[in-house]
Design a protein around this ligand. Structure first.
Ligand SMILES: [Fe+2]
Ligand SMILES: [Fe+2]
Length: 328
């Protein structure tokens, strides 16, 4: 059942309002602005109907407060024709759903409330669905990566570390938090193209022949193919395609250089290499972070974007890298 908050300093008006919404709703009533604000601070409500002209605190102030503390609640102002100025404040600052002029037609007010609550319910249903969808896609990415795990020396902890190094580097490079988190998640798919690489090559203990290298180097574009054409995976495709490009143009598959390599791919390349250096692999020991950073710095402008190499060093200085490394 929806909860309505009714606010009016005129006891008769308040009683009329309460009577007309008693059926089908839970009603809370306040005989003034202060009492209305107190109720807003304590009780979640779905809709507020508030009188404009009240002593001490006017309706527009009460509804502005409602917008602050319960932004989702629908706000309706009861007003006389003469209150044009306060009405404008209210529309602009309290984002009201509707104003109703006094005296009002009860059935019209009723219909307004019904419609407003219908739209509120729809919005809530939509919010729930989109947050479920968001969790579902995030889970799907992780599931796909875990399914691919074991094809290669990459482990799930490598993927989680790369995810967080990527996110931190992206923020350091000026990407906003939400886009950086998305980039981090999509970075987990950087080697998904290896699903198409034969195990005999991926797991070969000896050096690869020139021909085998050719096949190995197909994984970035195989990844793009696996990731399809859904716009949602655009960043993942950029990362897959570009994470073996070098800043000086000497990488593969396209030999792109500098800013022609998408930012996301430049970031993931650095995150991926940094993690490979600082962890143990079947063919190598883990390097101390300082040694890895010095090695990376000697490849700034060659393999890596120089600005990003500086950002990586700063993330070491402020403790971010160590925190991520010990968390996974
Ligand atoms: Fe790769
Ligand atoms: Fe990797």
């Amino acid at each position: 059942m929806h909860t309505l908050l009714l606010i009016d300093d005129d006891p008769d008006v308040l009683a009329t309002l309460t009577r007309s919404f008693r059926k089908g709703y839970k009603t809370l009533s306040a005989g003034g602005g202060e009492a209305g604000i107190a109720l807003l601070n304590e009780h979640p409500v779905d809709l507020v109907i508030c009188d404009q002209r009240m002593p001490n605190i006017t309706g527009d102030r009460v509804l502005s407060h409602a917008l602050q503390v319960q932004p989702e609640a629908i706000r309706i102002l009861l007003t006389g024709y003469s209150d044009v100025e306060s009405l404008m404040t209210c529309v602009n600052e309290a984002h009201i759903y509707k104003y109703v002029t006094k005296p009002w037609d009860p059935s019209e007010l009723n219909l307004t409330v019904v419609r407003a609550l219908e739209s509120l319910d729809l919005k809530r249903a939509l919010d729930t669905t989109s947050s479920q969808l968001e969790t579902a896609y995030q889970d799907a990415v992780v599931m796909l990566c875990l399914a691919a795990e074991g094809k290669d020396q990459d482990t799930s902890s490598h993927l989680y570390r790369v995810q967080h190094y990527t996110e931190a580097l992206a923020i350091a490079m000026g990407v906003d938090n939400k886009a950086a988190a998305h980039m981090g998640l999509m970075s987990m798919l950087h080697d998904i193209g290896k699903l198409a690489t034969p195990d005999a090559i991926l797991k070969k203990p000896d050096k690869l022949t020139a021909e085998e290298w050719e096949i190995m180097r197909e994984h970035p574009l195989n990844g793009v193919r696996i990731l399809g054409n859904n716009p949602f995976y655009e960043t993942a495709r950029e990362i897959s395609a570009g994470h073996h490009e070098n800043y000086d143009g000497s990488g593969y598959p396209h030999g792109l250089s500098g800013d022609d390599i998408p930012l996301s791919a430049r970031i993931v390349k650095l995150a991926d290499v940094f993690d490979a250096l600082t962890t143990q692999r079947p063919y190598k020991k883990s390097w101390p972070v300082e040694t890895a950073l010095t090695h990376i710095e000697s490849h700034a402008g060659i393999m890596f974007d120089p600005a990003m190499v500086i950002a990586l060093r700063n993330l070491f200085i402020d403790g971010t890298l160590t925190r991520i490394k010990s968390a996974f």
